[in-house]
Design a binder for this molecule. Structure first.
Ligand code: FES
Ligand code: FES
Length: 216
Protein backbone atom coordinates (compact mmCIF):
# COMPACT_ATOMS: atom_id res chain seq x y z
CA UNK A 1 0.00 0.00 0.00
CA UNK A 2 1.31 3.46 -0.91
CA UNK A 3 2.56 5.50 2.05
CA UNK A 4 0.15 8.34 1.25
CA UNK A 5 -2.87 6.06 1.67
CA UNK A 6 -4.90 6.90 4.79
CA UNK A 7 -5.27 3.80 6.90
CA UNK A 8 -7.74 3.28 9.73
CA UNK A 9 -4.89 2.92 12.23
CA UNK A 10 -3.16 6.05 10.92
CA UNK A 11 -6.36 8.05 11.16
CA UNK A 12 -7.00 6.97 14.76
CA UNK A 13 -3.40 7.72 15.70
CA UNK A 14 -3.64 11.17 14.16
CA UNK A 15 -6.91 11.98 15.88
CA UNK A 16 -5.55 10.77 19.22
CA UNK A 17 -2.43 12.91 18.91
CA UNK A 18 -4.43 15.95 17.89
CA UNK A 19 -6.75 15.48 20.87
CA UNK A 20 -3.86 15.24 23.33
CA UNK A 21 -2.11 18.26 21.84
CA UNK A 22 -5.32 20.30 21.78
CA UNK A 23 -6.14 19.47 25.39
CA UNK A 24 -2.63 20.40 26.56
CA UNK A 25 -2.39 23.74 24.81
CA UNK A 26 -3.69 26.68 26.84
CA UNK A 27 -6.36 28.54 24.98
CA UNK A 28 -5.77 32.26 24.46
CA UNK A 29 -7.75 34.50 26.79
CA UNK A 30 -10.67 35.62 24.66
CA UNK A 31 -12.21 37.66 27.48
CA UNK A 32 -15.06 35.16 27.89
CA UNK A 33 -13.37 32.82 30.37
CA UNK A 34 -14.84 32.44 33.86
CA UNK A 35 -11.32 32.11 35.25
CA UNK A 36 -9.40 35.22 36.32
CA UNK A 37 -6.08 35.70 34.51
CA UNK A 38 -3.11 34.02 36.15
CA UNK A 39 -0.84 36.74 37.49
CA UNK A 40 1.28 35.08 40.14
CA UNK A 41 3.27 32.73 37.91
CA UNK A 42 6.80 32.37 39.15
CA UNK A 43 9.67 30.11 38.31
CA UNK A 44 10.66 27.96 41.28
CA UNK A 45 14.25 28.25 42.41
CA UNK A 46 16.39 25.56 40.85
CA UNK A 47 17.64 22.95 43.27
CA UNK A 48 19.63 19.75 42.95
CA UNK A 49 20.68 17.37 41.73
CA UNK A 50 22.63 17.36 45.01
CA UNK A 51 20.78 16.98 48.33
CA UNK A 52 19.32 20.26 49.54
CA UNK A 53 17.74 20.92 52.89
CA UNK A 54 14.00 21.23 53.28
CA UNK A 55 12.32 22.17 56.53
CA UNK A 56 8.73 21.70 57.61
CA UNK A 57 6.70 20.96 60.71
CA UNK A 58 6.35 17.25 61.40
CA UNK A 59 3.81 16.13 63.97
CA UNK A 60 4.02 19.51 65.66
CA UNK A 61 7.83 19.73 65.78
CA UNK A 62 10.32 21.37 63.42
CA UNK A 63 11.95 18.90 61.02
CA UNK A 64 14.71 19.33 58.49
CA UNK A 65 16.07 16.86 55.96
CA UNK A 66 18.81 17.01 53.39
CA UNK A 67 17.48 15.25 50.29
CA UNK A 68 17.78 15.25 46.52
CA UNK A 69 14.87 16.87 44.69
CA UNK A 70 13.69 13.46 43.39
CA UNK A 71 13.11 12.06 46.90
CA UNK A 72 9.47 11.55 47.83
CA UNK A 73 7.97 12.74 51.07
CA UNK A 74 7.41 9.10 52.01
CA UNK A 75 11.08 8.24 51.48
CA UNK A 76 12.19 11.27 53.47
CA UNK A 77 9.88 10.37 56.34
CA UNK A 78 10.73 6.69 56.50
CA UNK A 79 14.40 6.64 55.49
CA UNK A 80 15.73 10.01 56.64
CA UNK A 81 13.54 10.83 59.62
CA UNK A 82 12.77 7.26 60.76
CA UNK A 83 9.04 8.01 60.86
CA UNK A 84 7.56 4.67 59.85
CA UNK A 85 3.84 5.21 60.52
CA UNK A 86 3.14 5.97 56.83
CA UNK A 87 3.59 2.62 55.03
CA UNK A 88 5.18 1.93 51.67
CA UNK A 89 2.97 -0.48 49.74
CA UNK A 90 2.18 0.41 46.13
CA UNK A 91 4.43 3.49 45.81
CA UNK A 92 2.13 4.83 43.10
CA UNK A 93 -0.81 6.53 44.77
CA UNK A 94 -3.14 3.55 44.56
CA UNK A 95 -3.53 2.21 48.11
CA UNK A 96 -3.44 5.06 50.64
CA UNK A 97 -1.18 3.20 53.09
CA UNK A 98 1.19 6.18 53.08
CA UNK A 99 -1.49 8.81 53.81
CA UNK A 100 -0.38 11.81 55.83
CA UNK A 101 -2.00 15.19 56.32
CA UNK A 102 -0.34 18.14 54.66
CA UNK A 103 -1.80 21.33 56.11
CA UNK A 104 -4.82 19.30 57.21
CA UNK A 105 -5.45 17.66 53.83
CA UNK A 106 -4.91 13.89 53.42
CA UNK A 107 -2.23 13.24 50.80
CA UNK A 108 -0.38 10.20 49.51
CA UNK A 109 3.17 10.77 50.72
CA UNK A 110 4.51 8.51 47.96
CA UNK A 111 3.15 10.90 45.35
CA UNK A 112 4.70 14.09 46.73
CA UNK A 113 8.26 15.23 46.70
CA UNK A 114 9.81 16.05 50.06
CA UNK A 115 10.65 19.51 48.74
CA UNK A 116 6.94 20.10 48.04
CA UNK A 117 6.19 20.31 51.77
CA UNK A 118 8.71 23.05 52.57
CA UNK A 119 7.15 25.19 55.28
CA UNK A 120 4.02 22.99 55.52
CA UNK A 121 2.50 21.14 58.47
CA UNK A 122 2.86 17.39 57.97
CA UNK A 123 0.88 15.15 60.29
CA UNK A 124 1.36 11.40 60.49
CA UNK A 125 -0.48 8.77 62.48
CA UNK A 126 2.13 9.24 65.25
CA UNK A 127 0.55 12.57 66.15
CA UNK A 128 -2.89 11.09 66.77
CA UNK A 129 -2.03 9.25 69.96
CA UNK A 130 0.43 6.91 71.66
CA UNK A 131 0.13 3.25 72.66
CA UNK A 132 -0.35 4.42 76.24
CA UNK A 133 -2.81 7.18 75.37
CA UNK A 134 -4.78 6.29 72.26
CA UNK A 135 -6.84 9.00 70.64
CA UNK A 136 -10.63 8.63 70.74
CA UNK A 137 -10.54 7.47 67.12
CA UNK A 138 -7.80 4.90 67.70
CA UNK A 139 -9.64 3.53 70.74
CA UNK A 140 -12.80 3.23 68.63
CA UNK A 141 -10.84 1.35 65.96
CA UNK A 142 -9.82 -1.16 68.62
CA UNK A 143 -13.35 -1.50 70.03
CA UNK A 144 -14.82 -2.04 66.57
CA UNK A 145 -12.15 -4.44 65.30
CA UNK A 146 -11.36 -1.96 62.53
CA UNK A 147 -7.99 -3.53 61.85
CA UNK A 148 -6.69 -6.99 61.16
CA UNK A 149 -3.20 -7.16 59.65
CA UNK A 150 -2.90 -3.41 60.30
CA UNK A 151 -1.06 -2.55 57.13
CA UNK A 152 -3.67 -0.06 55.93
CA UNK A 153 -4.47 1.19 59.41
CA UNK A 154 -2.17 4.17 59.80
CA UNK A 155 -3.27 5.63 56.47
CA UNK A 156 -6.90 4.81 57.24
CA UNK A 157 -6.65 6.56 60.64
CA UNK A 158 -5.12 9.68 59.09
CA UNK A 159 -7.88 9.91 56.45
CA UNK A 160 -10.55 9.47 59.14
CA UNK A 161 -8.89 11.97 61.50
CA UNK A 162 -8.76 14.50 58.66
CA UNK A 163 -12.47 13.96 58.03
CA UNK A 164 -13.31 14.54 61.69
CA UNK A 165 -11.19 17.70 61.71
CA UNK A 166 -12.86 18.97 58.55
CA UNK A 167 -16.34 18.46 59.98
CA UNK A 168 -15.44 20.14 63.28
CA UNK A 169 -18.52 20.88 65.38
CA UNK A 170 -20.84 19.34 62.79
CA UNK A 171 -19.18 15.96 62.96
CA UNK A 172 -22.11 14.50 64.84
CA UNK A 173 -24.03 14.82 61.57
CA UNK A 174 -21.60 12.56 59.70
CA UNK A 175 -23.09 9.77 57.63
CA UNK A 176 -21.71 6.39 56.67
CA UNK A 177 -21.54 7.54 53.03
CA UNK A 178 -19.32 10.50 53.98
CA UNK A 179 -16.96 8.22 55.85
CA UNK A 180 -16.89 5.82 52.90
CA UNK A 181 -16.04 8.73 50.60
CA UNK A 182 -13.25 9.86 52.93
CA UNK A 183 -11.63 6.41 52.92
CA UNK A 184 -12.23 5.70 49.25
CA UNK A 185 -8.50 6.01 48.58
CA UNK A 186 -7.52 3.68 51.43
CA UNK A 187 -7.50 0.06 50.34
CA UNK A 188 -7.92 -2.63 52.98
CA UNK A 189 -7.29 -6.14 51.76
CA UNK A 190 -8.67 -7.50 55.04
CA UNK A 191 -12.05 -5.88 54.31
CA UNK A 192 -12.43 -3.89 57.53
CA UNK A 193 -14.44 -1.10 55.91
CA UNK A 194 -17.75 -1.53 57.82
CA UNK A 195 -15.83 -1.60 61.09
CA UNK A 196 -13.90 1.54 60.18
CA UNK A 197 -17.15 3.33 59.34
CA UNK A 198 -18.71 2.26 62.64
CA UNK A 199 -15.63 3.43 64.57
CA UNK A 200 -15.61 6.85 62.91
CA UNK A 201 -19.33 7.41 63.42
CA UNK A 202 -19.04 6.47 67.08
CA UNK A 203 -16.11 8.84 67.55
CA UNK A 204 -18.05 11.60 65.83
CA UNK A 205 -21.08 11.05 68.06
CA UNK A 206 -23.11 10.40 64.90
CA UNK A 207 -25.83 7.78 64.54
CA UNK A 208 -24.41 4.29 63.93
CA UNK A 209 -24.54 2.87 60.41
CA UNK A 210 -27.61 0.91 59.47
CA UNK A 211 -26.53 -2.63 58.66
CA UNK A 212 -26.64 -3.56 55.01
CA UNK A 213 -27.19 -6.84 53.28
CA UNK A 214 -24.20 -9.10 53.74
CA UNK A 215 -22.79 -7.16 56.69
CA UNK A 216 -22.83 -8.36 60.26
S1 FES B 1 2.16 3.55 49.07
FE1 FES B 1 1.40 5.53 48.64
S2 FES B 1 -0.59 5.18 47.85
FE2 FES B 1 0.24 3.18 48.12
S1 FES C 1 -6.34 -4.40 58.15
FE1 FES C 1 -5.20 -5.60 56.71
S2 FES C 1 -5.11 -4.34 54.96
FE2 FES C 1 -6.50 -3.32 56.25
Amino acid sequence: MASSTLTRRGLLRGVGTATVVTSCVRKPNDGKSDHPPITNVHTPAEIGPEPTSVSFTLDGKPAIVQVEPRVTLLEALRLDLDVTGPKLVCDRGACGACTVMVDGVPRNACMMLAHDVAGANVTTVAALGTPEALSELQAAFVRHDALQCGFCTSGMLVSCAALLQRRGPTRNKLTAEEVEDAIAGNLCRCGTYPHVVAAVLETAGAPPPTSRRGEA
